[in-house]
Design a protein around this ligand. Structure first.
Ligand SMILES: [Fe+2]
Length: 441
C-alpha cells in the first residue's frame, strides 16, 4: 500500500502504536526520509578524526556518509559518500587517513574538503566538452553540520531548525558528561563495538528509557552477580563488577524513583535524582583532580547528576555518568546496527577509563551478559509483532500522571511510559509532514 497522511495517523494513538510501525518496509522507507532525513543525526566525535585527512564512514539509513577532517583548515565536514561521476560509493566502510579520496571506478579524485581535484585522463579533457570545475561535481555536503562539545551532528534537511533549538535542555546531559573531565574535554578511547540487532530501530531506542524491564529481562545476570558476590571470601573488597552489575537487581521501587524527564522532539532521560550509576565508589585521585579543577561545591554538583540513559532522538543515546554512548544505525525494518563507544575523561586517572571499559564489556558488548538479554527480547518483540494475533503495542502505564514543568519539559515517575509516548508524538508529527526535504543549503 502507499501510505497517506490519514493512514499514518491511524497507526499512532496517544498511548498505543500499531505493530506495522515496527514491521512495514514502506513505513521504514518513509521514516528514513521523514524522520532520519529531517532530524539531527550523530555522525561521530571530533576525537575520532584528530588529524587532517582522518575520516570515517557511517550510514543514515540507506545514505552512506563520510566524516572527514579537512587537511588545509582542520574543519570537520560530512559528505554524501558518493562519487559525483557514476555514483559509486567513494570510500569503503571504515575509517582511516587519506591524502585525497580516489574513486575506484574512473579515478576521479576529491580533496578532503570535497573539491574535485582530478578527472583522468587529462589529455582529452579540453575537447571533451566536460567542465570539471563545475561545483556540482564536488562532493555534496550534508545540508547542515554542527558540533557540540566535540559531538558531531548532521541534518540532511536545510530547512530544519538548528541543533540547539532541536535538542533544547536535553543538552545538559552532554554538558554533565563533558564536565566530568577535569579538563572539560572528552576523547573516544579505542574503536567501536558494533553489534547487529535483528529488530526495528525503535525497539532499541525505547528500551533505553524502559525502567520496568531490568528485573525481568536481566534476572539471570542479576542472579549470577548476586551468587558471585555471596561466594566472595568474608572481608574481601567488593569487586568493580559487582558495583556495576549489582544495581541492575534493584527493586521496582528503586526504578520507580529513577523518574523520567522528557523534552520536545522525542528526547528524554531517566534517573533524574537517582540512578543505577549513583552509588559507584569514588576514585580518590579522580575526586582530587576534579576538586582542583572545579572546586568542592561544583564537583559535588557535577557528581550529583548521575542520569541513566539520555536519548537524543533518534540516533544517539548517552550515559554521561559512565562515559559510554550507543549509536543507532538503522539497516532495514528488521535490522539495526548498534555502535558502542567509550570515552576517556581528559585529565582523569586511567582507573576511570578502566571502569568505562568494564561497563561496556559487562553491559553493552556482543558477549556481555546484559546486552545479550536485551537482544533476545528485541528479537522476540520483532518476531511477535509480525504475528496477526494482536495489532497494538501498549504504552499506557501512568498515562494520566504526567507532570508538565514550567521550562517545557515533562516529568513522570519511573514506571511511566511517558518517554515512549513522547517519542511517538514527535514521530507522528514528522511522518505526517509531506513537505519535500531540502537537501542543499
Ligand atoms: Fe536491558
Amino acid at each position: 500500500m502507499s501510505y497517506s497522511v490519514e493512514d499514518i495517523e491511524k497507526l499512532v494513538e496517544p498511548a498505543r502504536v500499531h505493530r506495522k510501525v515496527y514491521t512495514d518496509e514502506e513505513i521504514f522507507d518513509l521514516e528514513m526520509e521523514r524522520v532520519w532525513g529531517r532530524t539531527w543525526i550523530f555522525a561521530g566525535h571530533a576525537s575520532e578524526v584528530p588529524n587532517g585527512g582522518d575520516y570515517k564512514t557511517f550510514n543514515i539509513g540507506s545514505q552512506s556518509m563520510l566524516m572527514v577532517r579537512n587537511r588545509t583548515n582542520d574543519d570537520i565536514s560530512v559528505f554524501y559518500n558518493r562519487c559525483t561521476h557514476k555514483g559509486a560509493k567513494l570510500v569503503g566502510d571504515g575509517k582511516g587517513c587519506a591524502k585525497a579520496f580516489r574513486c575506484p571506478y574512473h579515478a576521479w579524485t576529491f580533496a578532503t574538503d570535497g573539491q574535485l581535484l582530478a578527472t583522468p585522463p587529462t589529455k582529452t579533457l579540453e575537447t571533451s566538452g566536460f567542465a570539471p570545475d563545475d561545483p556540482e561535481y564536488n562532493l555534496r555536503p550534508a545540508a547542515q553540520i554542527d558540533i557540540y562539545h566535540g559531538f558531531v551532528f548532521v541534518n540532511l534537511d536545510a530547512n530544519a531548525p538548528g541543533l540547539k533549538e532541536y535538542f533544547g535542555d536535553s543538552l545538559t546531559s552532554i554538558d554533565n558528561m563533558v564536565e566530568r573531565s577535569p579538563e572539560g574535554e572528552l576523547e573516544i578511547a579505542g574503536g567501536v563495538l558494533r553489534y547487529r540487532h535483528d529488530c526495528n530501530w525503535k525497539s532499541f531506542v525505547e528500551n533505553l528509557n524502559d525502567n520496568m524491564h531490568p528485573m525481568a529481562t536481566h534476572q539471570s545476570a542479576i542472579e549470577a552477580c548476586q551468587g558471585y558476590a555471596k561466594d566472595l571470601p568474608e572481608g574481601s573488597e567488593v569487586p568493580e563488577t559487582v558495583h556495576i552489575l549489582g544495581p541492575f537487581g534493584s527493586s521496582y521501587d528503586f526504578f520507580e524513583d529513577m523518574s523520567h524527564v522528557v523534552f520536545p522532539n522525542g528526547h528524554s532521560y531517566s534517573g533524574n535524582k537517582v540512578s543505577i550509576h549513583s552509588a559507584y565508589p569514588p576514585v580518590p585521585d579522580y575526586v582530587d583532580a576534579m576538586e582542583s579543577a572545579y572546586g568542592k561545591e561544583k564537583t559535588k554538583e557535577i557528581f550529583s547528576c548521575a542520569r541513566h540513559n539520555t536519548v537524543y532522538y533518534p540516533s544517539l543515546t548517552i550515559k554521561g555518568a559512565i562515559q559510554a554512548i550507543r549509536v543507532v544505525r538503522p539497516i532495514s525494518v528488521n535490522c539495526t546496527d548498534i555502535e558502542t563507544y567509550t570515552f576517556r575523561l581528559k585529565g582523569a586517572p586511567d582507573e576511570m577509563l578502566k571502569r568505562t571499559l568494564l561497563y561496556s564489556r559487562l553491559i553493552n558488548s556482543p558477549s556481555s551478559i546484559v546486552g545479550a538479554d536485551d537482544l533476545e527480547v528485541y528479537e522476540r518483540v520483532q518476531a511477535g509483532l509480525h504475528s496477526q494475533g494482536h495489532d497494538w503495542v501498549s504504552m499506557e502505564r501512568q498515562k494520566d500522571h504526567d507532570q508538565p514543568q514550567a521550562d517545557g519539559s515533562i516529568e513522570a515517575t519511573g514506571s511511566s511510559e511517558l518517554p515512549f509516548r513522547n517519542q511517538y508524538k514527535y514521530w507522528l508529527q514528522l511522518m505526517t509532514n509531506t513537505e519535500t526535504v531540502k537537501i542543499k543549503a
